[in-house]
Design a protein around this ligand. Structure first.
Ligand code: NAD
Length: 433
């Protein structure tokens, strides 16, 4: 079975590499020539653990190829995965231009039965929209099916997540399409992965419901943490106790500067917008979106409270990516906080193990450092903004010595407040005693 993946970003590339590792014949296509050039020379345009190794194995064994030639890809494949971006419009709605463009291209080049699988996160009704576009624009009427197959991988562990998913969701109205999908995912069926088979509308909404719920859970514990600071309670113990309740689970109960990344911010906004288009006021989601924005501001207020006026102060920031193990800085809390600090007149020194090059493209006026210690050197305060493992075991005595003032603001609660105070730091986490 020949498969094409249109869009070779985080989702498309991981999908293509992993499906080729399942033994399928995969062609990954992207309109970005530079990306395909990097991939054809054995490199990868993003960082993702194990991706490069798996890519090399499958290209060497001849199952995985990369191209800019969309016409060839559509013509030669029976199954076409769509994994293009669905960024936010200014009003928060999902921008479907990339999806619509691909649908038109499929209509132009379709030459036989095709199964079109949408992996991008899209509002309810998009499968139908893609179907309408292809039907409208194809010159000769070839049969095709559309399936909604949302992706749940997490950046930073994407290969593992794709090959060990909690579930596979398939929204289909055709038994032929369903059989092909089950054949593609047979290796996952064999390891007892649950399959949720439903209609495309439900599949589309499952993805948004999952992301919106996780964003809500993060926001909820952030709000509890903020309250803890006012009443002398410890959010870690609260989260631990909450997590012991099997109905709640301990995951996503880590307070911090608010969720970020390429999915939660845009998907919460898209669902909220989509609901209001359907004349439903999704109140809890509106509150989550606003509370998450406010959480960045609360973090900046915390920094100001400890440092004083930020004008001409140097703030060292550890962590730029939206989470560890990725170079992705989209909607990163760290970057939002940096922008707010710059507005207050602060100078920023910063370090991240992987995300410096991406950050330089949008924030050129920061001082980029080679490590944690260069960042702390002569800074008025050090802020931990992303929980990279290597920040968990800093040489604290050295950090204290080289900071201008020993202020450490730990937005990821990596350190124990009592110990930090014993060491002589002016230390604050989020919601901790
Ligand atoms: P991305 O922006 O990293 O990649 C999209 C790619 O599609 C880009 O390389 C772009 O050049 C390419 N593209 C756009 N139009 C094209 C066209 N007409 N022909 C060929 N290539 C085209 O996006 P991503 O992070 O991989 O996300 C893709 C989708 O998956 C989004 O809807 C996202 O919400 C969803 N998703 C993302 C994640 C994640 O962790 N990143 C997880 C689950 C779902």
């Amino acid at each position: 079975m020949k498969i094409s993946i249109i869009g070779t970003g985080y989702v498309g590339l991981v999908t293509g590499v992993c499906l080729s590792d399942f033994g399928l014949d995969v062609l990954c296509v992207d309109k970005d020539k530079e990306k395909i050039k990097i991939l054809n020379s054995g490199g990868i345009p993003i960082y993702e653990p194990n991706l490069k190794e798996l890519l090399k194995k499958n290209t060497t064994e001849g199952r995985l190829k990369f191209s800019n030639d969309l016409k060839f890809a559509i013509e030669q494949s029976q199954v076409i995965f769509i994994a293009v971006g669905t960024p936010s419009n200014n009003d928060g709605s999902a921008n479907l231009k990339q999806i619509e463009e691909v649908a038109r291209q499929i209509a132009e080049y379709i030459n036989d039965y095709k199964l079109i699988v949408n992996k991008s996160t899209v509002p309810v009704g998009t499968a139908q929209k893609v179907k309408n576009i292809i039907s409208k624009y194809q010159t000769k009427k070839y049969p095709f099916d559309i399936v909604s197959n949302p992706e749940f991988l997490r950046e930073g562990s994407a290969v593992y997540d794709f090959t060990h998913p909690d579930k596979i969701v398939i929204g289909s109205e055709s038994s032929k399409a369903l059989n092909i999908m089950q054949e593609i995912y047979r290796p996952l069926y064999l390891i007892n992965t649950p399959f949720v088979i439903t209609n495309p509308e439900t599949a589309e909404l499952i993805k948004y419901a999952c992301n919106a719920f996780l964003a809500t859970k993060i926001t909820f514990i952030n709000e509890v943490a903020n309250l803890c600071e006012k009443v002398g309670a410890d959010v870690h113990q609260i989260a631990q106790a909450m997590g012991l309740d099997g109905r709640i689970s301990p995951k996503f109960l880590h307070p911090g500067p608010g969720y970020g990344g390429s999915c939660f911010p845009k998907d919460t906004k898209a669902l909220y917008h989509f609901a209001s288009e359907k004349e439903y006021d999704f109140k809890i989601l509106g509150a989550v979106i606003n509370a998450n924005k406010r959480q960045r501001e609360i973090m900046v207020e915390k920094i100001k409270r400890l440092v004083g006026s930020l004008k001409d102060k140097t703030i060292g920031i550890l962590g730029l990516s939206f989470k560890p193990n990725t170079d992705d800085i989209r909607e990163s809390a760290s970057l939002d906080i940096i922008k707010l600090l710059l507005k207050e007149g602060a100078r920023i020194k910063c370090y991240d193990p992987l995300a410096i090059e991406n950050t330089k493209k949008i924030l050129s006026d920061l001082t980029y450092c080679n490590d944690e210690y260069e960042t702390a050197q002569d800074s008025d305060a050090l802020v931990i903004a992303t929980e990279w493992n290597q920040f968990r075991n800093l040489d604290l005595l050295e950090i204290k010595k080289i900071l201008k003032t020993p202020i450490l603001i730990d937005l990821k609660n990596l350190y124990e407040p009592t110990k930090m105070k014993e060491l002589g730091f002016i230390y604050e986490g989020v919601g901790r005693l």
